[in-house]
Design a protein around this ligand. Structure first.
Ligand SMILES: Nc1nc2c(c(=O)[nH]1)N[C@H]1C(S)=C(S)[C@@H](COP(=O)(O)OP(=O)(O)OC[C@H]3O[C@@H](n4cnc5c(N)ncnc54)[C@H](O)[C@@H]3O)O[C@H]1N2
Ligand code: MOO
Length: 401
């Protein structure tokens, strides 16, 4: 059986970064991956402007409690004249700084009477002046190709006046669930039936990664039905995810169906808990990741094994998100022959250390543990690990985007 880190590295290496790009409108770019490196073409701010509502002065003209004539009122969006010696210009947050002015005094420290202003504080040179290009300077690289576009990145693009950008084409994912016991949510459950949760879960996780779910197929426990579904999926998908039917049960038909379809097996079984019966196969050029059917196992394997592959295929530069360290806060020790990933709540103590509290029930069927956890604490294999131990922590927030 492969150890976890080797298997994870193999998943990343297996992915072929896309080179297919398209133009995308800014307002549709959330979650897309930049295919071009963005260099600032305009300074931000384009010119010195005021950070506050107040009065622009030349500091050398300042004398305590002396009234300066107000030369002009300048609102944001207007171009001021040059400041005359011994004068002040009334301005507002975002107003351009007039030539000759070097300091803005906030209005709370001034009294305005008869078109003159008296300053009651002692201003510092340059206070409340936002300098041209201090945020982004023309010519400076602001975003690298391979970056996933979050609201913050979209803000930078908008600030540069970009309304369209080059992004990589969306990764097309196909999902195959199987199992005779499964029913689509919305229908009544019959005897011995349960709802198909893995289908909607993997679709949502894929969408959260910015991928497009082109097919979501459910097959009964019949080899031919699974083969037929695989044949459909390989036509339209860059990546196929199967879930369930991959273990050693008598009706676990995914592996035989893949073999029948001519797939080659790349990786099979990983020393991790949950998630042991994970597989990577190739249907021609198309990678197929087989996830274990237990809902928690599928979720954890998606986060730790599938998202690195997805990021690589999407052209992203951050295939492996950060792994943090935290202190286990628990009332029992853990020990397994596989690397164990516990669903934990994370909190920070007064010293700033992450405290990781495992969810009481860690079975791979305990769906409620997913919504009630912040991420996964990693217990090393064959090592008794208990309260106070420092362990690796994988935050959902980092690993599911
Ligand atoms: N004798 C052994 N039994 C099992 C082993 C083993 O090594 N030897 N491995 C166990 C582990 S670990 C896991 S994980 C599961 C994985 O089994 P499969 O991937 O073959 O999945 P299934 O048997 O089809 O289903 C497992 C479980 O999950 C439920 N399930 C499946 N699909 C869905 C779905 N779409 N939505 C909701 N729930 C689903 C299914 O009803 C089963 O309860 O095997 C262990 N057994
Ligand atoms: O992947 Mo299984 O969930 O280890 O029980």
């Amino acid at each position: 059986m492969l150890d976890f880190d080797t298997a994870q590295a193999r998943m990343v290496e297996a992915g072929q970064a896309t080179d297919k790009t398209e133009n995308c409108l800014l307002h549709e770019a959330l979650g897309r991956v930049l295919a071009e490196t963005i260099t600032a073409t305009v300074n931000l701010p384009p010119d010195d402007n005021s950070a506050m509502d107040g009065y622009a002065v030349r500091l050398a003209d300042f004398h305590p409690d002396q009234a300066l004539p107000i030369q002009q009122r300048v609102y944001a969006g207007e171009s001021p004249a040059a400041l005359k010696p011994g004068h002040a210009i009334r301005l507002f947050t975002g107003s351009l700084i007039p030539a000759g002015a070097d300091t803005v005094v906030i209005q709370e420290n001034c009294t305005e009477t008869d078109n003159t202003v008296t300053i009651h504080s002692t201003p510092q040179l340059g206070e409340n002046v936002r300098k041209r290009g201090e945020d982004m300077a023309a010519g400076q690289v602001i975003l690298q190709a391979g970056t996933r576009l979050e609201p913050a990145e979209l803000t930078c693009l908008a600030a540069q006046g970009r309304d369209r950008i080059s992004v990589y084409k969306r990764l097309r994912i196909g999902i195959l669930t199987n199992g005779d016991e499964l029913v689509v949510p919305g229908q009544a459950l019959g005897p011995a039936q349960i709802y198909n949760t893995n289908g909607p879960t993997l679709a949502a996780l894929s969408a959260g990664m910015g991928a497009q779910v082109v097919h979501q197929i459910h097959a009964p426990d019949q080899p031919q039905a699974i083969e037929k579904a695989l044949a459909t999926l390989r036509v339209d998908c860059d990546l196929i995810l199967t879930v369930g039917g991959i273990s050693v049960g008598e009706k676990d038909y995914v592996r035989p169906a893949l073999e029948q379809a001519g797939a080659s097996l790349d990786l099979w079984k990983v020393r991790m808990k949950p998630g042991k019966p994970v597989a990577l196969a190739w249907l021609g050029e198309t990678p197929v990741v087989c996830l274990p059917g237990n809902p928690v196992s599928a979720y954890v394997v998606f986060a730790l094994m599938v998202t690195p592959l997805i990021r690589r295929m999407q052209g992203r530069s951050d295939c492996l998100p950060p792994v943090n360290t935290g202190r286990l806060n628990c009332n029992r020790p853990y020990k397994e022959t596989r690397a164990e990933f516990l669903r934990v709540r994370a909190a920070t103590d007064k010293q700033g250390t992450l405290l990781l509290q495992p969810y009481a029930k860690q079975g791979s069927n305990i769906i409620s543990s997913l919504a009630d956890s912040d991420g996964l604490a990693r217990i090393p294999p064959d090592t008794l690990t208990g309260d106070g131990a420092m362990v690796s922590y994988y935050a959902w927030h980092d690993w599911l985007r």
